[in-house]
Design a protein around this ligand. Structure first.
Ligand code: ZN
Length: 95
């Protein structure tokens, strides 16, 4: 995987992984560190790439509502993000 900062192919994979088990790399040109998710569309998302892919697939393929998907993932033990509105009431996070 080329460096996301300088594009160099002179990179070394590091033995340790991120907290979410993504592979880590170190660029030998610029010294920057990054992981296999860096520089992509999903880099700063809250959920693992696999979960996001499943939500997109099931939503499009089976026409499930976001409420259905949230319930399915809650049953599987993947916590649903919640936020508090200005009134202090707890509300569901909309994807
Ligand atoms: Zn680099």
């Amino acid at each position: 995987m080329d460096c996301v900062a300088c594009g160099s192919a002179a990179v070394t994979e590091r033995p340790e992984r991120t907290a979410r088990d993504y592979r880590r790399f170190r660029c030998r040109e610029c010294g920057g560190g990054y992981n296999e998710r860096s520089g992509g569309l999903l880099n700063h998302t809250q959920y693992p790439s696999e979960v996001i892919a499943l939500v997109a697939l099931w939503r499009l393929r089976y026409r499930l509502t976001l409420r259905d998907l949230a319930e399915m993932f809650r049953l599987r033990g993947i916590a649903q993000a919640t936020r508090r509105s200005a009134t202090g009431k707890r509300s569901s996070h909309r994807c």
